[in-house]
Design a protein around this ligand. Structure first.
Ligand SMILES: C=C(O[C@@H]1C=C(C(=O)O)C=C[C@H]1O)C(=O)O
Length: 378
């Protein structure tokens, strides 16, 4: 694309540093908070949840570009102060949306990042002014903007002198009414092919309903997104805006717990572990235990299949068992785990493996020779 003089991908991808948080590196950055700032207590509660989930950035709208003029328009500067205070207390950064040059000037020195929303993606005066600030800009893709238009909007900010732009896909307008917008997952790959800028995903505005947020967030990471911007409210049923698409604190934390595995599968990481409280460490252990048991169940399924290929009197194979134990004992040593643990646990696992094969073999034999039923039932 010829006009992407600064946004175009030359060689290196940009990693955007904001006070110790790097967006666009290996780490997946989680940002969360309510659609609109409503009160000091609401922001305190939200900040506590974001922190607990391993999130790095607190979001909250104070100037709300609402579809209807009669919807809540935001708390303005009072709201900014609530958010800044809460973020500070919990060691988080904070971001809010600016809707015009006036609101930008009001908040630029207060927050850590600025957001330009979908409806203002082509507000060129605002883009130029954002380009003159020293704050990173989260630039949302417009409701009906092509990827090219979105990148050219980023080019406005870059060419005005601000190199820190983060692209945010938030769903586009399609003919499909089941979701508020359609999350364009492929936009992540396309934008990254054309541009060096980090790309994050806002699944909340894309879906418009909370039941899809978890799966869309995981899809976003799998597709290569550098972060997630998710709406979460301490009490979504009472939210003044976007309640139906806001996660509850519990859902937000549960989702965050699952992000690490998805991140790992695409050679990234998500640090759920910033919270080392007893409760947080125990939930981490619960997650690991779950995958241990799931792994054992999967192993058992495979072992059971092996019975097809064996005679009943040849189910146990001592050499194979020895070989497995030796291999896993060296792995344990490499991983700083007592090798003795493997030596003790595995014979029990083999024992159950053998039992399950024998059972399956007997069932097979019965199926092959139905006479044994008749014989047995006489
Ligand atoms: C699965 C097998 O059968 C038995 C169970 C084993 C296991 O659980 O890994 C290993 C050897 C056998 O004693 C096998 O032969 O591989």
């Amino acid at each position: 694309m010829k006009d992407l003089k600064l946004a175009g991908l030359d060689s290196e991808r940009s990693i955007i540093e904001v006070d110790g948080v790097s967006i666009g590196g290996k780490e997946i950055i989680l940002m969360g908070g309510p659609c609109a700032v409503e009160s000091s207590i609401q922001m305190q509660e939200s900040a506590a949840v974001v922190k607990k989930a391993g999130g790095k950035i607190l979001r909250g709208g104070v100037f709300k570009p609402r579809t209807s003029p009669y919807s809540f328009q935001g708390l303005g500067m009072e709201g900014v102060n609530y958010m800044v205070q809460a973020a500070k207390e919990y060691g988080l950064l904070c971001v809010t949306e600016v809707v015009d040059t006036r609101s930008l000037e009001l908040v630029v020195d207060k927050v850590d990042l600025l957001q330009i929303g979908a409806r203002n993606m082509q507000n060129f005066e605002l883009l130029k002014l954002a380009g003159k600030t020293n704050k990173p800009i989260i630039l949302k893709r417009g409701l009906s903007a092509t990827i090219e238009e979105w990148l050219l909007a980023a080019e406005y900010i870059l060419s005005a002198g601000n190199p820190r732009v983060i692209l945010c896909e938030r769903g586009i307008r399609t003919y499909e009414p089941s979701t508020r917008n359609t999350l364009d997952v492929s936009a992540v790959g396309v934008a990254k092919e054309l541009s060096h800028l980090p790309v994050i995903i806002d699944p909340s505005h894309a879906a418009g309903r909370r039941d899809l947020i978890s799966s869309l967030s995981k899809a976003a990471i799998a597709a290569g997104a550098d972060g997630l911007l998710i709406e979460m409210h301490p009490n979504p049923d009472e939210a003044v805006s976007d309640g139906p698409q806001s996660l509850t604190p519990e859902q937000f934390i549960n989702l965050a717990q699952e992000l690490g595995m998805v991140a790992q599968s695409v050679q990234r990481f998500f640090d759920f572990g910033t919270d080392d409280s007893l409760e947080a460490l125990r939930s981490k252990i619960d997650l690991v235990d779950r995958s241990i048991v799931e792994g054992l169940a999967e192993r058992m399924q495979i072992v059971r299949k092996l019975s097809d290929q064996k005679r009943l009197d040849r189910v146990k194979d001592a050499n194979r068992e020895k070989e497995i134990i030796q291999r896993l004992m060296s792995l344990a040593e490499e991983l700083d785990l007592p090798a003795e643990l493997v030596k003790k646990i595995y014979p029990i696992i083999f024992e159950y493996g053998i039992q399950t094969q024998i059972k399956s073999k007997i069932e097979q034999d019965k199926r092959l020779d139905p006479s044994c039923y008749y014989f047995g039932s006489k």
